[in-house]
Design a protein around this ligand. Structure first.
Ligand code: FE2
Length: 198
């Protein structure tokens, strides 16, 4: 017989737990050594820039921590393959945000967090994955996480290459924004927020 203990946590407390999960997700593959951690920290600066309220701030930090949670469902034999992925293997990798959604949508109070986290590979023109959502479906906070994910991926060091400079990363992102893939205003604001961090 165990006592039934029920306790509600606020989002700041849940963030302490999601931070631990972000370390586990990052440790899954040598390719993503500090990817989730970097995204979470940068998302924090962006939320402060936009003066989001406290609850939204912590929900965004949690979404950033957990955005790649679905990668835990992807075998390392595929995730760590340096090149030559087959079409099938590529599809398996691209299913990770689907698993992120499936895991997070079961948690009460995680409705926004689930969308923001699971939409990080969607594009405004509908060419992203896993659902091919477009600008009519993607809210501003989903657009922020999509931009931070790209910026972090471009600027972080990988075992096989050095991270790009801030300037080069923003140049690529400006091109993507011009092509209608990502949110131009977020890209512009990220340029001013992170310009001096290079
Ligand atoms: Fe991802």
């Amino acid at each position: 017989m165990l006592p039934q203990v029920k306790r509600e946590f606020n989002y700041q407390e849940i963030h302490q737990i999601s931070q631990i999960f972000s370390r586990i997700i990052d440790a899954k593959s040598p390719f993503t050594g500090s990817h989730s951690r970097g995204i979470s920290e940068k998302t924090g600066f962006i939320c402060q820039f936009y003066e989001f309220d406290d609850v939204t701030y912590w929900k965004m930090r949690i979404a950033a921590d957990l955005h790649d949670l679905g990668k835990l469902a992807i075998p390392n034999s595929i995730l760590d393959k340096p090149s030559g992925l087959t079409r099938k293997e590529f599809q398996i990798i691209q299913s990770h945000p689907f698993y992120t959604r499936k895991i997070l949508e079961r948690i009460d109070g995680f409705e926004d967090i689930t969308d923001w986290a699971a939409n990080h590979h969607e594009k405004l023109d509908g060419s992203g994955y896993p659902y091919g959502l477009d600008k009519n479906d993607l809210d501003f906070n989903s657009r922020i996480l999509a931009c931070v994910d790209i910026y972090q991926a471009l600027t972080e060091d990988r075992p096989y290459r050095k991270g790009m400079s801030h300037k080069d990363a923003i140049k690529i992102m400006n091109n993507m924004a011009a092509e209608g893939l990502i949110e131009p205003s977020v890209t512009e604001d990220m340029d001013s927020i992170f310009r001096d961090s290079d």
